[in-house]
Each structure stands twice: as structure tokens, then as C-alpha cells.
Design a protein around this ligand. Structure first.
Ligand SMILES: [Zn+2]
Length: 448
């Protein structure tokens, strides 16, 4: 028996592919977990007589946003240590605070809180980089959200693993457990070139090919990284990764704020994907990813929020706007990253980097039914000359009304269906206290 058919009829459909197109008087027909068709309203009556119709007047319907880089559970550290340089922020605040609270309970609650925020902002899929990825994957499955979780590798002991071997052993067990799950993808998440050994990178290279998975890596985030690499390895981080045979289409390079023209050509040649996190880069004064030049060179650029500890939100719609604006001011070119391209970066470009471009990232027949609706009939988005411009430059995330993943509704008229908002708000208080106490102890320790 075939799955039930349903037609959604918003005022506008933004399929993202082809880029910039807006359909009016149209419906999207969903059958079970997949998109069956996009049809004209008049054709809907003919092709699907008696189909269940969901009318969404004043709404735009578009693919779910894909947050290409985050550390979801770090949402619990939001606002904990702002206005500091990256290395001080990491070494003196985030890593020591994590050490005090890290464990399955912290990751479970943080992941659920992060997913609630992301779903309310129209994100349907997130590419995570954090410890206890099995716990995040379980939370995503329970919520019905799509997640790529990572097998962490870092050159020092954490609550997740003590030795390099243990990082690989535990990570591979997570891969084995979730590899066939329809909502979960797995990647390697080596932390960064300055915190991962050559030996670990070699194992990652071999295993990522064997398992056919991506390598999601912080790369060239801040200026000091190049100097550190020259001192420790006698070469630029990109040369080191090339010598380790890691520069290629499996590599998802996050940040990339320290690029020369020759580097951009090399990334394009090697097919490396770049993940741009403008808010985090600006907040930590890390630098500016040259998105306009990367885009011109044909590099696939997608967008991520990074964690709420360095952003301080998981608002991908805001990140898209920031990406479009920053590209213009950084390149001196107001035509750089136009609105339609910015929307592609938050959807189909992310899907492409994850190897999911045939499944998600646009509204096309046969793809999975991951989509959102946005109410444009609000004061903030009137008048409405151009739907795509409005979505990128004028729409706040609170206008996201409904979210579906694999055809299942997870947000309905701004109410979460699979997560309990009141419970999440209440349970965040004991975590706030626990983290506050952990940091206070650290500060006392500093004074001593
Ligand atoms: Zn990050």
C-alpha cells in the first residue's frame, strides 16, 4: 500500500534549485517521507483528485536549513565567556568548564536544547562536532531531526576517550551503530591541525575512504595556526594536509579565514568544501573567510553557526544574512553573494558537502520531505517585492512557522511537537547553576 499523499499549498514555493526561482499558485505533493511532485494548483485537481490539502496563505515554503557546523551541546555555555581571543577562550574557559560537566547527561540535554532552538529557526539538519556523538544521535532520532554526528579525534584525553586508540575505537562503534539509520550520518571530526597528530590523520584518511565518509575539520580559523604549523611541522597546514592526502572532496574545512589567492585555487582544484561561520569568526575576531572569491573559483561554500558559545545563537537564517553582508563588505563588491546564492549556501550547498545532494537541500521530486514554512504576512516583511530577498535580508527566525523532516511535522505553528519547551526551559536552570559553579571555581583558581 502506498503512503498517504498530502498537498501543501503555500503562497510561494522556493525550491532553491533552480537558484532564485519562486513558484506561485503551486503545490508540493508529499508521499510518506518523500516529495512526489511540485505542481500548479490547477493541475493538482487533475492529477490528485481528492488529495488532502494543507493551505498556507501568506507563507513561503522552502527546503529545511542545514547548519553545517555546530557543537550542539555547547549551547549550555552560551554567554559564559564572551569577548576574548580564540585560544584564551578555548584554553581558559571552554575546555576547563567542559571538563567539569562533560558526560552523557550534559550532551543529551545540551543536544535537545540546541535542537529545540534550531527547529524553531527552520534548521532541519545539523552537522555536529562534539563528544558523545552516540548520545546526540540518540537525541536526534528521538526528536525526529536529521543529524550528522562526528567521531571525535583530539590529541589529549577527554571524558569521551583517554588515548588516540580509544577515540577511534569508540568512534567506530558509533559509526557501526548508526550507519544505516535514515536520520543519522557519521563523519570524522578531528578537532584541528594543531590538536591532531600525523598518525591520527593517516588513520582518518584510510578509514574515511574505506567507510566512504567525510572529514569535518576546523581549519585556518585564526592567524596563529599557520605559524604554529610552520614551527611544529615545518609547513603550512594546507601543505601538511596535502602530504597526508587529506585535501579532497571528503574534506569539510570549517572557517578558512586565512586564505591567499593560491590557496583558493588549490581548494577549487582539490574539490575541498568550505564551511563558513561568519558570526563566530567576527565574534572571536578570527578573520574573514573570502567567500566571494571562493564562490567565484567554484568552491562549494556552505554555512554554519558554530556553537552558541561563540555565536551566541543557532540561528541559521541570521547566519545566511551575515554571510551575504560580510562577503560584500569584505570584497568591496555589492554584487558578491546575492540573496539567492546565500540561500543555496544554507541548503543545497550543505547537502552537497555532506554527500546528500540527491536526498535533501532542495525541493525536487524524489527527494526527502525536509522543508519549512515561513510566514511572510508580518509587519517585518511587508511590503513584499521579492520573496528571496525578503527571506535573506528581512525575515527573523521567529517567522518560521512549521518544520517537517522526512515528511514528519516537528514544529507546528511555532510549537515543538517532539520536544517539550517548558521542560527544556526548566531543566536548563540546574545546568546553568552547575556550569556557573564550575567556572567560578576556575576563576578562584586563577586568582590563586
Ligand atoms: Zn567549531
Amino acid at each position: 500500500m502506498s503512503a498517504a499523499l498530502r498537498a501543501y499549498l503555500p503562497s510561494w514555493i522556493v525550491p532553491v534549485v533552480p537558484e532564485g526561482r519562486v513558484l506561485t499558485d503551486s503545490a508540493i505533493v508529499v508521499e510518506g517521507v518523500r516529495i512526489r511532485a511540485l505542481v500548479n494548483r490547477s493541475q493538482l485537481e487533475i492529477d490528485y483528485p481528492g488529495i488532502e490539502r494543507i493551505e498556507l496563505p501568506g507563507h513561503a515554503l522552502m527546503p529545511g536549513l542545514i547548519n553545517m557546523h555546530t557543537h550542539s551541546a555547547l549551547v549550555l555555555m552560551r554567554g559564559l565567556a564572551d569577548d576574548r581571543p580564540l585560544m584564551q577562550w578555548l584554553h581558559e574557559y571552554i575546555w576547563p568548564a567542559e571538563k567539569k560537566v562533560m558526560g552523557p547527561d550534559y550532551v543529551r540535554f545540551g543536544s535537545r536544547l540546541a535542537m529545540a532552538e534550531m527547529l524553531r529557526g527552520g534548521t532541519t539538519c545539523f552537522n555536529d562536532n562534539y563528544f558523545f556523538p552516540d548520545v546526540t544521535a540518540e537525541a536526534a532520532v528521538a526528536t525526529g531531526m536529521r543529524a550528522f554526528v562526528g567521531m571525535p579525534v583530539i590529541a589529549f584525553p577527554t571524558a569521551w576517550a583517554d588515548t588516540e586508540d580509544e577515540y577511534f575505537r569508540r568512534g567506530l562503534a558509533v559509526h557501526q551503530r548508526f550507519v544505516d539509520h535514515p536520520l543519522i550520518g557519521i563523519s570524522f571530526v578531528p578537532h584541528a591541525p594543531y590538536s591532531v597528530s600525523d598518525g591520527a590523520f593517516r588513520r582518518i584518511r584510510t578509514l574515511s575512504e574505506e567507510l566512504d565518509i567525510t572529514v569535518h575539520l576546523h581549519l585556518l580559523e585564526a592567524p596563529g595556526e599557520i605559524e604554529t604549523s610552520r614551527t611544529e611541522y615545518g609547513m603550512h597546514p594546507l601543505d601538511r594536509l596535502q602530504s597526508l592526502e587529506l585535501l579532497g572532496p571528503r574534506l569539510l574545512a570549517v572557517h578558512m579565514t586565512q586564505l591567499q589567492d593560491a590557496d583558493i585555487a588549490r581548494l577549487a582544484r582539490e574539490g575541498v568544501h568550505v564551511i563558513h561561520c561568519p558570526d563566530s569568526n567576527m565574534k572571536l575576531a578570527s578573520g574573514i573567510c573570502p567567500v566571494a572569491a571562493l564562490d567565484r573559483a567554484g568552491v562549494n561554500v556552505s554555512v554554519g553557526t558554530d556553537s552558541a558559545a561563540s555565536n551566541n545563537n543557532l540561528d541559521l537564517l541570521a547566519e545566511v544574512r551575515q554571510a551575504a553582508l560580510l562577503a560584500k563588505v569584505a570584497s568591496g563588491d555589492p554584487e558578491a553573494v546575492p540573496a539567492a546564492r546565500a540561500l543555496s549556501m544554507a541548503t543545497i550547498h550543505g547537502a552537497r558537502a555532506l554527500g546528500m545532494e540527491h536526498e535533501i537541500g532542495s525541493l525536487e521530486p524524489g527527494k526527502q520531505a525536509d522543508f519549512i514554512t515561513i510566514d511572510l504576512d508580518c509587519i517585518e516583511t511587508r511590503p513584499l517585492h521579492d520573496v528571496v530577498s525578503q527571506l535573506v535580508y528581512a525575515t527573523p527566525r521567529c517567522q518560521v512557522t512549521n518544520v517537517w523532516v522526512r515528511g514528519r511535522q516537528l514544529l507546528k505553528n511555532r510549537e515543538l511537537i517532539t520536544l517539550d519547551e517548558a521542560e527544556l526551559r526548566a531543566s536548563s536552570l540546574p545546568w546553568q547553576q552547575k556550569i556557573h559553579d564550575a567556572v567560578r571555581k576556575l576563576e578562584v583558581h586563577h586568582v590563586e
